[in-house]
Design a protein around this ligand. Sequence first.
Ligand code: BEZ
Ligand code: FE
Length: 285
Amino acid sequence: MDFTVETATDAVLDSFRETKDQRLRQVMESLTRHLHGFVRDIEPTMEEWEAAIGFLTAVGQTCDDTRQEFVLLSDVLGVSMLVETLNGAESTVLGPFHMTVSPHRELGESIDLLGTGRPCVVSGRVTSADGTPLPDAELDVWQCTEDGFYEVQQPDVQPPGNGRGLFRTDDEGRFWFGGVVPSHYPIPTDGPVGSLLRATGRHPYRPAHVHFIARADGHQPVTTHAFVAGSPYIDSDAVFAVKRGLITDLTESHDERDAERFGVRAPFTHAAFDIVLATAPEATP
Ligand code: BEZ
Ligand code: FE
């Protein structure tokens, strides 16, 4: 049969009929339908199609051991968050700045090794969905400085491990640590994804946040953020990760007992952020 605009989609769908893996067949058929639908809708010129291939080539060529421009593209197109959300996960995007192992720290220790930013105590509890506290849960934390840079972006300015920590919750599932008030900051814009944002008039900023990965036996790990209430860009995160339940007030605490418990002097800036972990499917009776 001649390949025509009318027969194109069926011809390609038919080419996958021998696929043994049924999931792969379903994926390739759906991809074919949607991609052909997109091309019929856009009707690209040859130059436009070459530009599209050139863009994807540049995205691939920008990737290396520490940079993943395809993930960034998926982030700014909202696909990373859509996949998380479709999977029912409470997780949010991981981001590109979790590329080293965080140093083990004791509860109460500060992850800020610079001492130049406005101190902020972060405290909370890790619990099961039914509210049971989870002792000995692992909490991997990372944040940028008050200037909006992660330690991996400034190896000549920030010591290794600045803004990072690996904590374990106490007997009551609690955690607390010192840090600095984080800043909003731009995602990397020196690659093709940055060009795409500029060409479409989109800003590259993320609202101020602290990242967490929480893990506990018998539970599904969660990758999440505490977003600073009132931060610039809180309503227009470049990677669409803000959820109302993750927005956290920074309060000025005058509570002397809390100050003593957290090892700081009142008044101090405080963010309270609890993390809930769903039971792992294999652990469900
Ligand atoms: C981040 O918050 O570190 C981040 C997440 C997604 C893309 C870029 C940065
Ligand atoms: Fe971040």
